[in-house]
Design a protein around this ligand. Structure first.
Ligand code: WT7
Length: 650
């Protein structure tokens, strides 16, 4: 983990005044309230200034209390009085190559018309709306229209199943669903309306379903419930809907994310603090210039898209590329071809996408002129140093700093990253470098003491920040317990981290039962619950196995109930069952039928044993000291036993 060869470092890192950055960061922490108040005042338009900067009633933070604003106003209306009026907000491209260009003026008009539609359907500050759309401009339009009215929305990734969609509509108590007839992905059509129909059978509280026509699929429209987007917009009476003057603490959206127990919980983000945070971090990390074209190649179904395709960039009047499909379809150079065609200056993607591109070798990007690129970003998982170097040389041509951005759905925005705007520190492939201003991060060991240099521990955040989650929807207790109980008074992120001899932060992946499969976050217990809901399954244990392409792949150990046979056929059926329960992203890649699972004396599954066996025992050394309540001998025996069962099953 030492610094790489000088020649591999971006030239910019030697030019920028690094000390300025550390000074700025240190000063910000001396008085975070003053620091964030200044940031909020300078960057966000408030209808009314706050009475109190921060109400910190651990672990509940209320930012800019008494302040009033509207996110839709900040992302759209305020650009109309400026040269940004006719600036492009989104260059949209469909997977098939169809394109649309929306200026800020266009966005204003679309958002208002759709807000008017929602208003006529009875959507108010007190309602929730579920959005299940493909990556088309109507997705940000719908989000901004909800924000305009103050209705908290929840976006469900279009790869989730009907059951997952229904769970989210019910848990959020949504009265409206916004969807499409279908969406394109890798040349296929995802039948979003058909999936929605199935979900709606179990979600009777949804009164209205608004359907956007994208693919012209034949779909069923239920009388009195289902309405076409185009008809509603054509018939709405208002061209302008006044943005609601909302409390700074008003919830902006709920986003479901997997944790260490059962079903995903809704992470709640607020208005004033969240917007201040995503706006500031977009500037610090991506250093956008007025004429830049920026492309965050994530899906809006995840938090990256919320913060860095929609709210951060739009609040700054930036021009973004918005792309519907996958990056290697129909040709494997699609991503690079688009970078060249749009003259993209800032590209933000994931290690998983990069590993996927690397499979095709160096030739596809070399076919394109990528000189427009100035800054490259990475998010979602630790980036392997060899992937970092490939990105740096083959995509960035050795000129562009890579901002490896560490954060989570819960944190709202980036917490740890280099900052080309404020002063770029020398980069090290695989390290996210240092916390951003206003963020006080530390690594603690199991005893809750600061970890020593190169000692692996847990990353924590010691002071509240404006982007942090407000709570878990309808579950304050779980909010306390998950994030604030391991080390009292500090935010526990659930990630391992070490700091090297120069203080750099190296984020090492999850310390809990959360998996990252192709960058998608899934809970092992969530997948186990899905497996156990099949009539043939008595018990199961799921673990992540290191995978070159996906980061982690899902391995399941399954005990079948008496009277059922562990066959290939059953294995196929179980895979299909999990797809239906959660979505294709959660499909186990390996299923091993076993007769028993390793358990501690208190009956808990020995998680580390399961993981070690799934990974071919590489880290059995680690296991021996870590399992709850079990002796070294017991753990060793458990590993051997499970190994033996897997071998005899093959
Ligand atoms: C988890 C959060 C952040 C938005 C998209 C994912 C992992 C994220 C990095 C990074 C190492 C990273 C962590 C974190 N993670 N970025 N740059 N380096 N690990 O949000 O689905 O809530 O997942 O992703 O393990 O806890 P998410």
């Amino acid at each position: 983990m030492s610094a790489p060869d000088e020649n591999t470092l971006p030239t910019t890192s030697r030019i920028f005044p690094v000390n300025r950055y550390f000074d700025f960061q240190r000063r910000s922490l001396e008085n975070i309230e003053e620091f964030w108040a200044k940031t909020a005042k300078e960057n966000i338009t408030w209808f009314k200034t706050w009475d109190k900067i921060l109400d910190w009633n651990i672990p509940f933070a209320k930012w800019f209390v008494g302040g009033k604003l509207n996110v839709s106003y900040n992302c759209v209306d305020r650009h109309l009085d400026s040269p940004n009026r006719n600036k492009v907000a989104y260059y949209w491209e469909g997977e098939k190559g169809d394109t649309r260009t929306l200026s800020y003026q266009d966005l204003f008009s679309e958002v208002n018309k759709f807000a008017s539609v929602l208003k006529e359907l009875g959507v108010t500050q007190k309602k929730r709306v579920t959005i299940y759309l493909p990556m088309i401009p109507e997705l940000p339009v719908a989000m901004l229209a909800c924000a305009r009215l103050g209705a908290a929305f929840t976006v469900v990734f279009s790869g989730f199943s009907s059951q997952a969609l229904s769970d989210r509509m019910n848990d959020s108590e949504s009265s409206v669903l916004i969807t499409a007839d279908g969406g394109y992905r890798r040349g296929k059509i995802i039948p979003l309306k058909t999936i929605s129909d199935e979900a709606l059978e179990d979600s009777p509280k949804v009164d209205h379903v608004i359907v956007y026509k994208r693919t012209n699929e034949n779909v069923q429209m239920k009388q009195g419930r289902d309405l076409w987007w185009s008809d509603l917009v054509a018939n709405t009476k208002n061209e302008f809907v006044k943005p609601e003057e909302l409390e700074s603490t008003h919830p902006l959206y709920l986003l479901y994310s997997s944790g260490t127990t059962g079903k995903p919980k809704a992470i709640v983000h607020g208005t004033g603090g969240y917007l201040t945070y995503v706006n500031a971090t977009t500037q610090w990390v991506f250093d956008p210039k007025p004429s830049d074209v920026y492309w965050c190649a994530a899906d809006i179904g995840w938090v990256t898209g919320h913060s860095y395709i929609v709210f951060g960039p739009l609040s700054l009047g930036m021009t973004s590329v918005l792309y519907e499909g996958v990056p290697d379809y129909p040709q494997n150079d699609r991503l690079w071809e688009m970078v060249e065609r749009y003259g993209v200056n800032i590209l933000y993607t994931s290690p998983t996408a990069l590993r996927g591109m690397m499979r095709y070798g160096d030739e596809p990007p070399s076919r394109h002129d990528l000189h427009s690129l100035r800054i490259l970003g990475s998010v979602g998982e630790p980036i392997n140093p060899h992937v970092w170097l490939w990105y740096f040389h083959n995509i960035g041509g050795g000129r562009c700093p890579i901002v490896d951005t560490w954060w989570q759905t819960e944190t709202g925005g980036i917490l740890i990253s280099a900052s080309p705007r404020l002063g770029l520190v020398p980069l090290k492939p695989g390290s996210a470098t240092f916390p951003l201003p206003g963020i006080e991060a530390e690594v603690l060991n199991d005893d809750g003491k600061p970890a020593k240099t190169n000692e692996k521990g847990y990353i924590v955040i010691k002071q509240p920040w404006p982007g942090m989650l407000q709570t878990l929807y309808h579950d304050e207790e779980r909010y306390r317990q998950v994030y604030w109980s391991k080390f009292p008074g500090v935010y526990y992120a659930g990630d391992y981290c070490v700091r090297d001899d120069e203080g750099y932060f190296w984020l090492l992946g999850r310390a809990d039962e959360v998996l990252k499969v192709s960058g998608h976050r899934l809970g092992t217990i969530e997948i186990e619950d899905a497996l156990v809901s099949h009539p043939a399954v008595a018990e199961s244990a799921v673990a992540g196995k290191a995978d070159e392409l996906k980061g982690e792949r899902i391995v399941a150990f399954v005990i079948v109930k008496a009277g059922h046979k562990p066959t290939e056929e059953l294995s196929r059926e179980l895979r299909e069952h999990v797809r239906k329960a959660i979505g294709p992203l959660a499909t186990p890649e390996e299923i091993h039928f076993v007769k028993s699972l390793p358990k501690t004396r208190s009956g808990k599954i020995m998680r580390r044993v399961v993981k070690a066996v799934a990974n071919g025992m590489q880290n059995v050394g680690d296991v021996t000291t870590l399992e709850d309540q079990a002796s070294v001998e017991e753990v060793k025996r458990a590993v051997l036993e499970l190994e033996e069962q897997v071998k005899s099953g093959d």
